[in-house]
Design a protein around this ligand. Sequence first.
Ligand SMILES: Cc1cc2nc3c(=O)[nH]c(=O)nc-3n(C[C@H](O)[C@H](O)[C@H](O)COP(=O)(O)OP(=O)(O)OC[C@H]3O[C@@H](n4cnc5c(N)ncnc54)[C@H](O)[C@@H]3O)c2cc1C
Length: 407
Amino acid sequence: MTVAKNPAGNFFDVAIVGGGLVGASLAVRLAASSLRVVLIEAAAPPISAAAWDERCIALNEASQRILASFGVWSALSGEAEPIRATHISEKGRFGSTRFSADEVGLPALGYNAPLRAIGAVLSSAMAAAPKLKLLQPARVAALEESADHLSLNVESADGGVVIKAALVVAADGAQSSIRKLLGLEATTRDYAQHAIVSAVRLSRPHQGVAYERFTPDGPMALIPKPDDAASLVWTVPSANVESMLAWTDAEYLEAAQATFGGRLGRFTALGSRKSWPLSRVMNETLVGPRTVFIGNAAQSLHPVAAQGFNLGLRDVANLAERIIGAADPGAEQLLADYAATRRSDRERVSGFTDLLVRAFSNRTPGLAQARHWGLVAADLLPPVRAALLRQHLGHLGLPATGLGVPR
Ligand SMILES: Cc1cc2nc3c(=O)[nH]c(=O)nc-3n(C[C@H](O)[C@H](O)[C@H](O)COP(=O)(O)OP(=O)(O)OC[C@H]3O[C@@H](n4cnc5c(N)ncnc54)[C@H](O)[C@@H]3O)c2cc1C
């Protein structure tokens, strides 16, 4: 869809800036309400090459519930491989911990789905929503505040259009343009690591088990895919990434196997490799004047423990629950209440991923003992285990309705 030069009525209740996984999920949810919604996405249709890439996304159990409540899970479930257990270990040390769906009486702890499939399902749901306006490819170039709305100058190849909205939702990623236009700051920590992502074929069935293996250079994750393949996410020092991408498939498989070990037999084939630089970007605030930041625009995390989109989806579910039916979706108090309810989930998850990266990517001997006892505690101490499981399932940040999770 292209920019309408003279859209009939340019006042919206909600303008979503950014149609990545998070902005698109919110658009799909709000399209089922009476709110007038516009989504502005910079990349060209039908899909954003930047956002709908070849990665797989490990969705936790809460995310599956959220997507089901948005009416899109049934279209995605055929492409999503159940994760029935998670195994966490550290290279070179004894001790590991394992969480399983059986111990919580659920069919799965989560599902591994191709990002492209999630994007396609969200795109079709948006295309089927008659009231939802899509401006794409288009960018917000300027923003002006008024008492009861924000005006956005939206530019595209066809020219410009002014959009007015009671609430602007910034879902425009870690380098949020809305953040910059509002003169807000974010704190960034460069991990000096890259994630190299590829698929591998396994000589043994994975039986639905996802593995996270920590090494001093960074974590390696293997997440089950259909047909005894797995997504391999290998975090490596940035200084090594170019040479590792230049290795032959055989060299890469051999090195990955040496790091992972033989739990899944041999790695027999490799898909294409792509790398991502890793940093943590925390927006200084979740809200601004008639503005709210969600997903990576609010917090962009290291992919260890696969938390980013899961957290962003909880942003979406909580925000939607607050603004649907509100007299003024951009009211200051409403946004302050939203920010207050999201604070603990955001701090817990961003703090946890940061701690994991820094504690495990460290050769200090005292820390090695602490890590070992951390894994033992996660395995043996019931309260620690229960808290970690709830976090793993994503149940701690669900909106007030709870989506059927017992409280
Ligand atoms: C290697 C790797 C593996 C990962 N694995 C997992 C996982 O297994 N599970 C998980 O939960 N998370 C995972 N994540 C995190 C997850 O990918 C992100 O949290 C999620 O994709 C963020 O989505 P988003 O929509 O917030 O941001 P983005 O994907 O960055 O989307 C932002 C969108 O805004 C658009 N945009 C930008 N500026 C403008 C503008 N000015 N005007 C209009 N549009 C604009 C962009 O074109 C883009 O489409 C992983 C991340 C990495 C790097």
